[in-house]
Write a protein that binds this ligand. Structure first.
Ligand code: BGC
Length: 369
């Protein structure tokens, strides 16, 4: 235990060095060793402007984050600018540029497309701002100092395990007919979600326990542009009418609740029995569905916890202290491994919902109805 703590402290220190180096030094020179001295002034003003660039409202977690950031940053004494980019990537690029022009000391980014923000974030970093990737990794740029998220690969692992468990519980003996759904290809999270799930499911596909009747098993084939329910539903409709005939569909791997409910709707409209469907986000409609015995599982990623951790990191930066890092190897963005603080996602089924949501005043009451 002691050893682990020491390792974490060391990792944290390494991360902090990288962090201060990255916020002050751009352009690929190898002056990282001097990074430790770059915070000589230490931190920034206690009432500094903090920009938070959120993506589109593709799931409830983003909507929750908005108010939590406004309230939490204000309470901490900062001046928050929190913005959604509902019309897309260009809007988000413009917002980040404006945050930099307004002198933001930290820019928190939940990217729509993690690969399209390089020049805006480089400009932010050049202005002296620190950049924190929030929930979604920012790819292919040096101009991201740290990543705060729930462990995305683990989310996928839990989804894969839940699918297998649900099939065994609700669909008798295998083999089972299943279909796979992945998230939006522009979201850096979609691949680790899918890879985590496939690390559990692929061996069962290989040994014949699971049969993907459509034959669509690659990420490209199963991805859902923009995380849009109608895209997932249309694809499921096509698969059901084209590949299933009178066969049953026993299970669907879905990366989140919105797409899971779309799959349930498609199957119901095709007149088939309710399959075992996974999800993520603990959205109100899905929690109700799980309690009612329809959707099989979701994931709880408490947005309050994620926002609170992000604000904690901003406060550390403000004081010129080391930010908290607990992972320095998992998230390579194509240019560097981004020092991360990863939180633990929880699997939720009908069986443990009341227990998992015990401290959530919105979700717990749904488990008591
Ligand atoms: C988030 C998920 C969410 C999805 C769609 C992902 O980046 O991690 O929680 O379901 O975006 O909004």
């Amino acid at each position: 235990m002691k050893k682990l703590t020491a390792a974490l402290v060391a990792a944290g220190a390494a991360g902090a060095l990288l962090l201060s180096g990255c916020s002050s030094e751009r352009g690929g020179s190898s002056t990282e060793e001097t990074a430790g001295t770059s915070e000589s002034g230490g931190g920034f003003a206690a009432d500094a402007t903090i920009g938070v660039a959120l993506p589109q409202k593709t799931s409830e977690n983003w909507v929750l984050a908005e108010q939590l950031f406004v309230d939490g940053l204000t309470e901490a004494g900062f001046n928050p600018i929190v913005q959604f980019a509902n019309s897309g990537v260009t809007e988000q690029q413009n917002q980040i540029q404006a945050m930099t022009e307004q002198g933001a000391s930290v820019i928190v980014v939940g990217a729509i497309d993690g690969s399209q923000l390089g020049s805006q974030l480089e400009a932010a970093a050049d202005s002296g701002a620190s950049v924190i990737a929030y929930d979604r990794l920012v790819k292919n740029t040096d101009a991201v100092d740290m990543y705060v998220a729930f462990d995305n690969f683990q989310v996928g692992v839990l989804q894969g395990e839940a699918l297998l468990q649900g099939l065994a519980e609700r669909k008798g003996e295998g083999p089972y007919n299943i279909e796979l759904i992945a998230g939006s290809p522009d979201d850096a999270n979609s691949t680790p979600f899918f890879e985590g799930a496939m690390s559990v499911l692929q061996p069962k596909i290989d040994d014949g326990t699971l049969v993907v009747v459509s034959g669509q098993t690659s990420f490209e084939q199963v991805a859902t542009q923009g995380w849009k329910a109608e895209n997932a539903q249309r694809r499921m409709d096509t698969i059901l009418s084209g590949s299933y005939g009178s066969a049953e569909l026993h299970g669907v791997l879905s990366p989140n609740d919105t797409l899971g409910r779309a799959a349930l709707t498609s199957v119901a409209q095709a007149g088939k029995d309710t399959p075992v469907v996974t999800g993520q986000d603990s959205e109100v409609e899905s929690v109700k569905s799980i309690v009612a015995g329809e959707q099989y599982s979701t994931i709880y990623k408490d947005t309050r916890e994620l926002v609170a951790q992000t604000i904690k990191e901003i406060q550390a930066l403000q004081k010129g202290e080391e930010p908290e890092i607990n992972d320095t190897e998992s998230y390579d963005n194509g240019v560097k491994v981004v020092p991360s603080f990863l939180l633990t996602p929880l699997i939720v089924t009908q069986e443990n919902a009341a227990e998992v949501y015990a401290d959530d005043e919105t979700l717990f009451p749904l488990t008591q109805e």
